[in-house]
Design a protein around this ligand. Sequence first.
Ligand code: PLP
Length: 381
Amino acid sequence: MRKNSVKTVPFLDLKRGYEIYGKEIEKAVVEVLRSGRYLNGEKTRLIEKTLAEFLGSRFAIGVSSGTEALYLILKALNLPSGSFVLLPSFTFVATAEVVVRAGLVPYFVDVEEDTYNLSPDALVETYENLCRQGKKISAVIAVSLFGIPARMNTISAFCKEKGLFLIEDICQAFGAEIDGKKVGTFGIASATSFYPSKPLSTCGDGGMVFTDDERLAQKIRVLKEHGQTAPYYYEYSGINGRIDEIHAAILLVKFPYFKKELGLRKKLAALYFEALKEIKEIKLPVISEGVSPSYSLFTIRAEKRDNLKGYLKEKGIHTAIYYTLPLHLQPVYKRYGFKKGDLPVTEKLAGEVLSLPFFPYMEEEEALYVVQKIKEFYREK
Ligand SMILES: Cc1ncc(COP(=O)(O)O)c(C=O)c1O
């Protein structure tokens, strides 16, 4: 709905950002193309340095996607084969998929309804149950979903006490903070994604690993180059997991806009919070004191969610559901023995969540139109 009430609001419109910095991106990409250096060059080194500084992490390693970033962390940690990795079921499939690929067992833990993230209580309970069954647990992956930080202080203290590696999946939360400390700096390592819809994104795929651990960083650098430790000499079984110079160059152009875009995301979220809080059929996420989300998405819980989604669509408003079927109930993870009812909060959320149109360059008028139509739906229902 840009100017004068054309009644359609996109869920995400990346072209609007491109209108602002597109020319700079095109110049930077042409520069790379003309340079003849397409991999492991200056742009990659510079974006690694820039983002490590921003996050407050000693090392950053550019990789080909968020998925590979997660995989490389697990692989580099060399966790005991077949050991359990605890993670939320309410997340994108990549968080679990990499665990299987690394020869480990993904074990799903319930989340909190207020933040949509790993419940520290459920984490303790699951850990104790598994210990009683004699299972070996080696790591926890905490996801900060939709850009809202998980309870990283509590989760990190628990992992330290139990000697578990804590890995952060910040693919949706780059730039989020807890009391001024960036998410992605609470565990042994973290993984982010530069997929186009993410808070800091490229025009395609890309990702990054962050860690303060020098040995781990070195190993990940080797593993992302097929495990090569000297020319054509392979000490480990690795992957081709590099980021390329074109994506690094695009990220270097976009990063200076990122802080402003975070501000725009927060402003838009504040508008939604204020305008939606009076609707009793809607529940909003709870943002605790000191928590600063990066809002990759704006996700509410709604009564009669599917009807509301259909109604909004009729009014030209595009919404999305992340995620309709939680991972513990997906056919691919059946073999781990979870059944319906095992993770009640996760399952409840899957039936209630609705992500509203949300992106930095969305207009206030568009958000107000979304709110107006949500109100109309509940009045008419
Ligand atoms: C929570 C989460 N984890 C992992 C990923 C994987 O990132 P990528 O798409 O860059 O592989 C994504 C994003 O797509 C994600 O949202």
